[in-house]
Design a protein around this ligand. Structure first.
Ligand code: GLU
Length: 411
């Protein structure tokens, strides 16, 4: 299913629940603005290449547009629009004063050198600078973009504007106004939500058995945190394979081997290797998809053994699978709540830049924990009171908050 259709389906469900009028629903069906451009860069060999690029500004009722920029061969207008819409929902779920946006360049970044990627980042800012800014639209990293690219983009923007503006972009390196803890924020936030959910079920992280799909930034950090909170990572997968160990995988040891160029399933001293999909159906209490979209489908949803799915990736569960998991009473913590820790710490970075302060790591951690726990509480209470899923509750709550803000703007 096209990503934006899936988003609209979630919005329709929430809108039915809230009995919204057609006019109110229309707020969530089309982006405020779809900006597109063709970025031309000079390659290292002197030739020229061009790449389609987008910035979709979905809704700014609650504050400046906010959302990352991805460099990916599959990034297209539909995907970027869906992700922009999800950012608006995400920011409203964690109740931070931002709207939703997303950017994308259709490019395979693995084919470009560091210098070419820098030039692409600069070209992106030149194309969209008029529509970006600390009070307008604040980008950040996303798939295959990183703090170094954010620094280059900031430099280009400041050159164009002829003034310092560190709050125009987040996820920057520390020396360019970045914030401590932004790199681990997505996984940290997800684990705070998981802790709060387990408390509701009179369980704790101690001894909990977790399967993690993804050994990139978010997956690796989630696995480390599970272990440091007394849980056991019984399955860990990357795109090549899964490593299984009922006694709990030694995460640091396996990640060290992975860093030397191997796959996690090559670390046979630490578990039993299996194919890449095995992680989904492995025996565990909690499954954390932290890599790709649409990995839990109608085909495998019937054989999941977990009782909780924590969506650290965006859109890992298809709508059909979502219905099957709900029928099986498997709790799904939706992406718009589970992975909102990243943009939450981006908000702290923006605040830090605007007040010219430097936040300590403790301050970031404390405030992130509180924000994620509050958001979980709001969503869980909303769901329990109405007998609906956490995803339905998250969307309904977000729609309510966005509509309230739009009405305040109008009146
Ligand atoms: N790209 C991240 C997300 O999808 C972070 C966005 C941000 O920090 O603005 O949530």
């Amino acid at each position: 299913m096209a990503a934006f259709d899936y988003f609209k389906q979630n919005v329709q469900k929430a809108a039915d629940l809230l009995k919204l009028s057609e006019e109110e629903r229309s707020t969530f069906m089309t982006p405020d603005r779809v900006l597109s451009a063709t970025l031309e860069i000079t390659r290292d060999d002197g030739s020229t290449s061009s790449y389609p690029a987008y910035r979709v500004q979905f809704n700014n009722a609650r504050g400046p547009y906010k959302g990352g920029i991805r460099f990916h061969p599959d990034a297209d207008q539909d995907e970027v629009s869906a992700l922009a819409a999800m950012m608006a929902i995400k920011c409203a779920v964690v109740d931070i004063p931002f709207g939703g946006a997303k950017g994308g360049v259709t490019v395979d970044p693995k084919e470009l050198s560091k210098g070419e990627l820098d030039r692409l980042g600069r070209a992106y800012v030149r194309a969209f600078a008029d529509n970006l800014g600390p009070d307008t639209d604040v980008p950040a990293p996303d798939v295959y973009t990183n703090p170094a690219i954010m620094a280059v983009m900031l430099d280009e923007y400041e050159t164009i504007m002829g003034a310092k503006a560190p709050a125009m972009i987040t996820g920057k390196p520390l020396e360019h106004g970045g914030i401590l803890g932004r790199d681990t924020a997505t996984a940290d936030g997800a684990i705070y939500v998981l802790e709060a959910l387990l408390e509701d079920q009179h369980r704790s992280m101690e001894g909990i058995e977790v399967a993690v799909q993804g050994a990139g930034n978010a997956g690796a950090q989630a696995a480390r945190l599970v272990q440091s909170h007394g849980g056991k990572v019984v399955a860990l997968a990357d795109s090549h394979g899964t490593l299984l160990n009922e006694a709990g995988i030694d995460i640091d040891a396996v990640l060290k081997e992975k860093a030397s160029g191997k796959s996690v399933h090559d670390a046979v001293a630490h578990g039993t290797p299996a194919n890449a999909d095995a992680v989904i159906e492995s025996a565990c209490d909690v499954l954390i998809p932290a890599a790709l979209e649409e990995v839990i489908t109608a085909k495998n949803a019937g054989s999941l053994m977990a009782t909780v799915v924590l969506e650290v990736a965006n859109g890992p569960v298809t709508p059909e699978a979502d219905a099957l998991l709900t029928a099986r009473a498997i709790g799904v913590v939706p992406d718009v709540l589970a992975n909102a820790g990243g943009v939450t710490v981006s908000y702290f970075e923006w605040l830090q830049n605007r007040s010219d302060e430097v936040w300590t790591h403790e301050r970031v951690t404390e405030r992130l924990k509180q924000t994620m726990r509050d958001a979980y509480r709001d969503v869980a209470d909303f769901a329990h009171e109405r007998g609906i899923t956490l995803r339905e509750a998250a969307y309904a709550l977000a729609l309510t908050r966005i509509l309230t803000a739009s009405k305040e703007v109008v009146s």
